[in-house]
Design a protein around this ligand. Structure first.
Ligand SMILES: Cc1cc2nc3c(=O)[nH]c(=O)nc-3n(C[C@H](O)[C@H](O)[C@H](O)COP(=O)(O)OP(=O)(O)OC[C@H]3O[C@@H](n4cnc5c(N)ncnc54)[C@H](O)[C@@H]3O)c2cc1C
Length: 409
């Protein structure tokens, strides 16, 4: 099958419109927004600027672009949406402005595919409208959560209720004042088959027994106003109708939200790496040391060339994964998706690190977006599964034909 990554006319039109919106509406105001946020006494607040921009983006039809179905989204394929995610990754706030930010995107997909009519009406509709935010609570401090079958917080069925107990952490969006529900994954039947023990439950944020205990910084950055929270669920009682899909379907539901989401994350990181390379090049030609522009000192040209090649290689790999998702579906594309998940964050981390170095001390300050960008790239080597788990999966696929039994691979 031949692969053609030329933008379709529809994708080209969206690219132009998103690029224009970011250039004209977001870029001129973003630096000021970030400075104000940094100096604000309470960073966990809804930003009037982001709300205003959301309204404008929506009125221009630049809304829920990640959703491939035409009723709720723009009807774009993964290959068509990927370059839009790259553009959004160049800005701190763009993905939220277009209602395309994680983890709400994954939660919308879950509710679209598995939610009951009631869950869709009460929660999905408001998420699609960008009126509320949501969190996804799987990871736990007490167990190695990169193996989702380890999850031990309880989601026990008692009569016509489900009762939740346990502590989750790294729940992105938990600090957002408009985070109104959380998707909780917990153990329902310890004796069931390994892949059928867990359930996912939709938990309204104000349910008695739910408390956000603290917000966790990522290497000093709080990623406000969304943030990453540690959340306690203490005897939280909900009607059985709060279970998403069927009890025992939790693991399958969790897996299903991770295919396109990883393409989005990786393309956003490619956008971030492009910004870092641009900043590095500007600095390298303008600043002089030892009588020469930095670009002409030491191995800086080599590093810049290497960064360009690394970004372009990574982009092609991600487009390939997006294409496989489009033609083979999530199951058929799992290997390609795991490849990008361990290649792109490391690539972005290295390019951003090079840009920090070329900026000297300024690169580490908050005057430039580089330190925050480095922390974001670094964190994605863990978020959505550590590099090693994805490498292990790709190795298993690669080795499978050489083993006599698939169980050995
Ligand atoms: C910024 C950020 C946002 C996040 N957002 C969310 C969120 O919204 N919701 C949520 O539920 N979670 C979230 N997470 C959590 C994230 O998904 C987990 O941290 C990740 O899955 C790893 O789980 P763990 O921390 O328990 O590490 P562990 O499972 O304890 O793993 C620790 C280390 O063990 C090694 N390891 C594990 N498995 C293997 C293997 N198979 N082969 C080799 N080595 C291995 C790796 O070095 C790994 O890093 C977020 C994390 C970060 C940093």
């Amino acid at each position: 099958m031949s692969v053609d990554f030329e933008h379709s006319p529809r994708a080209r039109e969206y690219l132009e419109r998103v690029e224009t919106f970011i250039r004209e509406e977001i870029n001129p105001r973003e630096e000021n927004y970030l400075r104000e946020l940094l100096n604000s006494e309470n960073v966990w607040q809804v930003s009037p600027l982001v709300e205003e921009l959301k309204g404008k983006a929506r009125s221009q039809g630049l809304w829920n672009l990640f959703l491939p179905d035409e009723v709720h989204g723009a009807g774009l394929s993964n290959v068509e949406y990927a370059p839009l995610a790259e553009l959004m990754g160049r800005s701190h706030i763009a993905s939220e402005v277009f209602n395309c930010n994680a983890p709400d995107t994954g939660n919308m997909e879950v509710l679209l595919h598995y939610g009951s009519d009631e869950q869709r009406k009460r929660w999905l509709a408001h998420l699609l409208d960008g009126e509320i935010r949501s969190a996804f609570c799987m990871t736990e401090p007490d167990v190695a959560s990169s193996d989702a079958t380890n999850i031990q917080a309880r989601a026990l069925i008692e009569g016509d209720e489900v009762v939740l107990d346990g502590v989750k952490w790294w729940c992105t969006n938990a600090g957002h004042p408009r985070c109104e529900f959380m998707i909780f994954m917990g153990l329902t039947d310890p004796h069931a088959h390994r892949y059928a023990k867990h359930s996912t439950v939709l938990v309204p944020r104000d349910t008695p027994g739910v408390s956000v205990e603290r917000m966790l910084p990522v290497m000093g950055f709080h990623d406000a106003p969304s943030g990453h929270g540690e959340v306690r669920f203490d005897g939280v009682r909900l009607p059985l109708s709060a279970v998403i899909g069927e009890p025992g379907q939790g693991l399958a539901i969790v897996q299903s939200r991770l295919g396109p989401g990883r393409v989005h994350h990786c393309m956003r990181l490619i956008g971030l790496a492009e910004v870092a390379l641009e900043l590095a090049c500007r600095r390298a030609v303008k600043r002089t040391a030892f009588g020469k522009p930095l670009a002409n000192l030491g191995g800086n040209r080599e590093r810049i060339a290497q960064a360009r090649a690394a970004i372009d290689q990574a982009r092609l790999l991600v487009l390939n994964a997006a294409w496989q998702l489009d033609v083979k579906g999530i199951k058929g594309a799992l290997g390609a998706v795991s490849q990008i998940k361990f290649v792109v964050p490391t690539m972005a981390q290295e390019v951003i690190d090079m840009a920090i170095q070329i900026h000297g001390g300024a690169g580490l300050s908050n005057d430039l977006p580089l330190a925050g960008a480095w922390a974001a790239a670094r964190s994605l080597r863990l978020a959505d599964g550590p590099d090693e788990v994805h490498r292990g999966f790709v190795a298993r696929l690669e080795l499978a034909p050489y083993y006599s039994s698939t169980l050995d691979a």
